[in-house]
Design a binder for this molecule. Structure first.
Ligand code: SF4
Ligand code: F3S
Length: 107
């Protein structure tokens, strides 16, 4: 089991989540974060920390966002590790809550 970062993180990237992860399993792209499924210990600490409510347990990913399970696994192999919180993206408040941001993920 793993936790998964989903659609509402895209173009927000608040990064509150990385501060609480005991195993540092978050990986950072230009405008999105992912969780490495082989490193996540399923502790659930990050889920309530996300201001965008973008983190879900693998078995609770909202309907229509299942593709994020594979996206997290794929991009965690490509992107660098992030272990410290940083400022959110400048337009985070504007994009928070906008649906279907998957095509905006920059790689
Ligand atoms: Fe890290 Fe725990 Fe969140 Fe997994 S569930 S990403 S181990 S904080
Ligand atoms: Fe993204 Fe939420 Fe973390 S917006 S960077 S999953 S705190």
């Amino acid at each position: 089991m793993t936790f998964v970062v989903t659609d509402n993180c895209v173009k927000c990237k608040y990064t509150d989540c990385v501060e609480v992860c005991p195993v540092d399993c978050f990986y950072e792209g230009p405008n999105f974060l992912v969780i490495h499924p082989d490193e996540c210990i399923d502790c659930a600490l990050c889920e309530p920390e996300c201001p965008a409510e973008a983190i879900f347990s693998e078995d609770e990913v909202p309907t229509g966002q299942e593709q994020y399970i594979e996206i997290n696994a794929e991009l965690a192999e490509e992107w660098p590790n992030i272990t410290e919180q940083k400022d959110p993206l400048p337009d985070a408040a504007e994009w928070d809550g906008v649906p279907d941001k998957i095509d905006h993920i920059e790689r």
